[in-house]
Design a protein. Structure first.
Length: 801
């Protein structure tokens, strides 16, 4: 059997006397639902025995319960009381010695043994073996007696594993819905043995054990049908046969009754009951000729009455403890994998389609459109058609002297390109001497040339738009491919941690509906808890966060300060993620250009949710409203794309293409972005036309430079990436050119910005930003020639708790 670690411990003294922990008194502990359930089961298991008189069940359950939040003294007393009522005799003293020895040894090891199933089972083996061997050696021993003692201790050892799994479900009843088959089977075995412990207890001649057995068959056959009814009938028959002097035929009788009960379940509870009664009657007549009833009629009637008055909600709960939900309601692992594969395949096809669309634009000629001889010829024809068509000298100019006229026209075009417009003095004298419509010709050629230039501009703009659309389609294709890749990756659900969290949260009084623990593709844990709303008491911070951190073995924090509340049922869903190794505090200072009310600079700083912190600064061309709008568009797009999971390089290129498309003139904006990895302390600097960024360390200041052009200026840009490592206490300082230009040897201050940053002794990022802005403002004599903006991000190590 697989060994696993119990995710809860205890604080005990000799014989497991519970100390006051977490504000709970001894009385509260003894009267808790969990403790009452454990003591009841312990009493019944204390009564159960194996052929030959062995009674190992109570001792094993005592050892397995050592990891639960229950009173070990009450469990020990319950086990001994059960053995006493079963007439165990001297075995009671041996059991008491076993449990006392177990508690003493566990206490000596500071309760560390009981926290792990394997070590707990080994301790139970040793604790049960010694009291068994001492009487053997005192009274004179035989090899048979020694082997019997080892057999008894081995059974105790194995049962600890079974009962340890069962105690997890007993302590956290809601985990039945997500429990593994191993735990469900262990729970079923435990309950079966507890029922066997009822033995021959009867009321008015009706055996209580048999009533419970029949009731279980009725419930499970009613909820799950023929197969489960027959199977549970076999199990129940074995229990009855093992714990009493009954005929082996009882096994087949219970199985057949369970089969018929499941067969008639479509008729409701009454149908299941009639099926059970018919099965017992048929087998009684067939096997015994009605001389001896296999299952006592009074026991059947009592079980039927209890079954009929039991609420369906309770029946659903009991059946879910033994039978998992059908595959029609939930997806199997194979089905979930297939869904991911199909979704990823569809997304890959979409990505390929967008890639092909991008390729169709890429395959088009990408060179700039320039005037060729054909375009010039078309312009000449249009001029001739407007001016010369009905002229008396038309044939003379365009037929007899065609080449000479063409040469003159090309010279005129050269003059047009040089001057931008044409006057009569720019036309060759030979042409003026014979042309009768000089003024009309000059006006027509000026008009046609303007149209010609406009056509060239739009042809170039169309070609540029094709390139930009191609880039955007290619970017969209990459995003879809990345999404497909993420979906196809297996997300690991940690059911063991989910169960442990359910137990601990329930212990703290948090009414949990559901817990989900996911290990993402970066190896980080994400925990989502759905629980009853705390009514604004902030239990999610005060209690849940501490419990989750303790169980997960690492500091977990809320992903968002907001709770997602379901107003229908009042539940609250919270997501917790691993705390990053570093945190960032940001300070901002800025001022507009002299005599301007609006700054053309825009900024942002935010966390992306995957352990990245982004600070970005954009400087629009010029100043005022127009520059502000340009930089604001850049920052807004950057925020949306980065938060949506776009790659930084792709995001900047898409912003550039969008700015280039929407800009009717030569407007542009810079992009200065610092991406801080909060887990590893690495920084990526993305610069597009931005001035240097400074890293202020305790002993020096580093400068990060780039020579790239601003976004929106050209359709194609190269994004430069610079990687640096930062430590706790370092500052990342980003500025616009309005700040940078106020420092240096040419300024009145005479020192570089790097030197000034080095001279600052403050550790407050906002104060540093204010000092830099104040110095730059003074250097400009109180009349800034450009907008000034400063962002200072302080990196500091998270406090470990």
């Amino acid at each position: 059997m697989r060994t696993e670690t119990l995710q809860y411990g205890r604080t005990t003294g000799i014989l497991g006397e519970k100390k006051k922990t977490k504000g709970k008194s001894i009385i509260e502990l003894l009267t808790s639902k969990n403790n009452l359930a454990f003591t009841a089961i312990a009493f019944l298991l204390g009564r159960a025995f194996i052929s030959g008189g062995m009674m190992p069940f109570g001792i094993s359950f005592f050892a397995a319960a050592a990891g639960a939040n229950v009173s070990m003294t009450s469990i020990a007393i319950s086990v001994l009381a059960g053995m006493l009522t079963a007439g165990a005799g001297p075995k009671i003293f041996q059991a008491a010695a076993c449990m006392a020895l177990f508690s003493i040894l566990d206490t000596l090891f500071k309760n560390k043994i009981s926290k792990h199933v394997a070590s707990c089972a080994l301790l139970a083996f040793a604790s049960s073996l010694l009291p068994e061997l001492i009487p053997v050696f005192i009274n004179g021993y035989l090899l048979f007696d020694i082997l019997k003692a080892f057999l008894f201790s081995s059974i105790v050892f194995l049962l600890v594993f079974i009962f340890a799994n069962a105690t997890l479900l007993i302590e956290n009843r809601k985990s039945f819905y997500t429990a593994t088959n191993e735990r469900i089977i262990s729970f079923a075995i435990t309950m079966a043995l507890a029922i066997a412990g009822l033995g021959t207890i009867s009321i008015l001649g009706i055996n209580i054990r048999n009533i419970f057995c029949i009731l279980i068959i009725l419930i499970l056959s009613y909820k799950s049908g023929v197969g489960v009814g027959a199977a549970i009938g076999v199990v129940v028959g074995l229990i009855v046969n093992m714990s009493g002097n009954t005929t082996p035929l009882i096994i087949g009788s219970y199985a057949f009754c369970g089969l018929l009960s499941g067969l008639f379940r479509n008729l409701g509870k009454v149908g299941s009951c009639l099926g059970f009664v018919m099965g017992n009657a048929m087998l009684t007549l067939y096997l015994n000729g009605s001389t001896d009833i296999l299952i006592h009629l009074g026991e059947i009637v009592a079980a039927v009455i209890v079954f009929m008055i039991t609420p369906n909600k309770f029946i659903d709960f009991i059946s879910s403890a033994f039978i998992k939900k059908g595959t029609s309601d939930t997806l199997t692992d194979f089905q979930s994998t297939r869904v991911r594969e199909i979704t990823a395949e569809r997304l890959n096809k979409f990505g390929k389609a967008y890639g092909e669309l991008a390729a169709t634009f890429t395959d088009l000629p990408q060179t700039s459109v320039t005037a060729n001889s054909q375009d010039i010829t078309v312009m000449f024809d249009r001029i001739a058609d407007k001016v010369c068509k009905d002229c008396s000298l038309c044939r003379h100019c365009w037929d007899r002297n065609f080449y000479e006229t063409y040469q003159v026209m090309f010279k005129i075009v050269e003059r047009l390109e040089a001057k931008g417009w044409l006057g009569a003095e720019d036309i060759p004298q030979s042409f003026l001497d014979r042309c009768e419509r000089v003024n009309e010709f000059v006006n027509a050629i000026n008009n046609e040339y303007e149209v010609f230039k406009l056509n060239m501009v739009w042809k170039n703009r169309l070609g540029e738009s094709r390139r930009l659309i191609s880039q955007q389609l290619e970017g969209l294709s990459k995003v879809i491919y990345n999404l497909a890749s993420e979906i196809s990756e297996n997300v690991r659900f940690r059911v063991d941690l989910e169960d442990a969290l359910m137990v601990e949260l329930d212990r703290e009084g948090i009414k949990v509906n559901e817990v989900s623990v996911i290990e993402n593709r970066w190896g980080k844990y994400e925990v989502t808890v759905s629980h009853k709303g705390c009514g604004g008491r902030r239990n999610c911070i005060n209690t849940i966060e501490k419990v989750i951190s303790a169980v997960m073995g690492r500091k977990m924090v809320k992903e968002s300060n907001e709770c997602f509340r379901n107003y229908t049922d009042g539940s609250c869903a919270i997501k917790f993620v691993e705390e990053e190794a570093f945190r960032v505090t940001t300070g901002v200072a800025r001022i507009p250009k002299h005599k301007s009310s609006t700054s053309g600079d825009s900024y942002t700083f935010f966390s992306t949710g995957d352990g990245k912190y982004i600070a970005a600064l954009s400087d629009g061309m010029g100043s005022g409203q127009k520059a502000a709008m340009q930089s604001r568009v850049t920052i807004n797009l950057l925020e949306q794309l980065m938060e949506s999971g776009f790659d930084k390089d792709l995001a900047v290129k898409m912003i550039n293409s969008i700015l280039a498309l929407r800009s009717g003139d030569d407007s542009f904006s810079t992009v200065d972005m610092s991406i801080i990895d909060l887990y590893e302390g690495k920084v990526e600097f993305v610069k597009v036309g931005a001035v240097p960024t400074y890293i202020k360390r305790p002993d020096r200041v580093e400068v990060v430079k780039s020579a790239s052009l601003p976004a929106g200026l050209f359709s194609n840009i190269d994004v430069e990436l610079v990687h640096k490592k930062v430590n706790s206490g370092d500052f990342v300082i980003m500025v616009t050119d309005g700040i940078e230009d106020c420092f240096g040897e040419t300024s009145d201050y005479g020192k570089s910005l790097k030197d000034f940053i080095q001279s600052i002794n403050s550790t407050n990022p906002q104060e540093i930003a204010d000092l830099i802005l104040d110095r730059a403002y003074k250097n400009s004599n109180g009349m800034p020639a450009d907008d000034m903006s400063v962002i200072v991000a302080k990196v500091w190590e998270s406090v470990k708790v």
